[in-house]
Design a protein around this ligand. Structure first.
Ligand SMILES: Nc1ncnc2c1ncn2[C@@H]1O[C@H](COP(=O)(O)OP(=O)(O)OP(=O)(O)O)[C@@H](O)[C@H]1O
Ligand SMILES: [Mg+2]
Length: 410
């Protein structure tokens, strides 16, 4: 497949020749919607009647291309304006591991994903969900058993060399040279990318400052703390100003201040046009950084959307009350049951009760009126939107809490 054009470029393409870009199209008023794919399309799926203008979007908001015909009657040679395109595309990735003497592991089970340019997508999933495997496939470290993936239109299976020139990767475990200093590690990466001696040193210094490693820059990395090691590894991923940045659990092991600092750096890079795919088990991180969140479990995406979309997909708000005395819990439960859209929940000390409701304000008013009527004394009452934690639990049935991880070089 030909490389897709970059953002804001105009070019003339032969749509018949590039049918592989489209999966299906639909007409809505004057606008044609085309759905992208990376395999081969059936030509019958692309019917060009006589539109003056087409807009192309994918359902997940991944790509949008406005296609304008140079002439309403010409069959080939259309002018294309690319507004925003998916930079990272994965279709149906399957990957098995065959551990010696142990059963086969299906780490990716048909994972599909689409990350538009200059956005952050978070892969959110529990231990063993397949996050690192997905990152390894997309960064050309391992080959999928089946399925396809492209980075800026380049195929991960066939164009690894080209892809590696435009991506930055920070793996789950810091991959730094223990015997070199922090500065030397970054300088070495610059040299490997042929930045030139002077440019490479300047870039290393900039990144040392950005990641607040000035004091430690001249010490060998083997004496670095886990968090410092992590920061040097993240800095190394940024040496070439990559178009696409893959971060596998970037803030695991960072203290809260460094975590906030890294979030800031990521958001600034995205503002400048970098596309970021990160994996995380921290719901707060996905909530804070990601334009789009793909919840993955057992090797496939089980839900995708913005944080708000995912939250609203599991229902409305929650009303929560906390009782002064657990003796009132049965009465309070009955009240919550009468306004809830699901069964109420109660804490083990029987003093905090909550329930999902469709209309938060009106449910809260009605709970308060009946609580008062029945003389139940409250410490607190309020309304909450579901958290990503709730979404995660509801979708996967697992807890999303991160387990402690040991930072080791691998
Ligand atoms: N090299 C390997 N050999 C055998 N099995 C593997 C290998 N790498 C990963 N797996 C298995 O594949 C599945 C997915 O692992 P992966 O590392 O992609 O998960 P993850 O979502 O990154 O998990 P974590 O949150 O723990 O980092 C797991 O069951 C894991 O045990
Ligand atoms: Mg992992």
């Amino acid at each position: 497949m030909a490389a897709l054009p970059t953002r804001h470029t105009k070019l003339t393409i032969d749509l018949v020749h590039h049918l592989t870009w489209f999966e299906s199209c639909a007409v809505e008023e004057d606008v044609f919607l085309f759905y992208a794919k990376s395999g081969h399309a059936d030509s019958s799926q692309l019917r060009i009647s006589n539109p003056r203008q087409w807009a192309w979007e994918t359902a997940g908001g991944s790509s949008a291309i406005t296609v304008v015909l140079t002439s309403p009657f010409c069959k080939v040679g259309y002018l294309v304006y690319v507004q925003r395109m998916a930079f990272i595309e994965a279709h149906n990735l399957v990957k098995h591991y065959v551990p010696r003497g142990a059963p086969l592991v299906r780490a990716l089970d048909g994972l599909s994903l689409s990350v538009p340019q200059a956005t952050v997508t978070a892969l959110l999933g529990p231990n063993g969900a397949g996050k690192t495997t997905a990152v390894k496939v997309l960064t050309t470290l391992i080959k999928p058993d089946s399925g396809t993936a492209t980075i800026n239109g380049m195929d991960v299976a066939r164009q690894g060399d080209q892809i590696r020139r435009v991506i930055g990767v920070s793996g789950q475990y810091a991959a730094v040279d223990e015997n070199l200093t922090g500065f030397e590690n970054l300088d070495m990466v610059g040299r490997l990318y042929h930045l030139g001696a002077k440019t490479s040193r300047i870039r290393a210094k900039e990144l040392i400052d950005l990641f607040e490693l000035t004091e430690a820059q001249n010490r060998p990395v083997k004496g670095f703390s886990g968090g410092m090691r992590r920061r040097i590894d993240l800095a190394a991923a940024l040496v070439i100003n990559p178009q696409v940045l893959f971060l596998d659990e970037p803030t695991t092991g960072l203290d809260p201040r460094s975590r906030l600092g890294l979030w800031d750096i990521i958001l600034r890079l995205v503002d400048q046009g970098t596309t970021v795919l990160l994996t995380t088990q921290y719901l707060e991180e996905a909530d804070r950084l990601a334009d789009d969140i793909a919840v993955i479990d057992q090797g496939k995406v089980i839900a995708q959307g913005t944080s708000d979309e995912l939250k609203s997909s599991i229902g409305g708000q929650r009303v929560e009350i906390s009782l002064v005395s657990d003796a009132d819990s049965d009465q309070a439960l009955a009240i919550l049951r009468s306004v809830g859209s699901a069964a109420p929940e109660i804490s083990s000390d029987r003093r905090t009760l909550s329930v999902t409701v469709d209309n938060g304000p009106s449910a809260l008013r009605s709970v308060m009126a009946r609580v008062e009527e029945q003389g139940i004394r409250l410490h607190d009452a309020g309304m909450q939107r579901p958290t990503l934690d709730d979404v995660f639990l509801r979708l996967t049935g697992h807890s999303a809490s991160p387990t402690a991880k040991v930072e080791t070089a691998s």
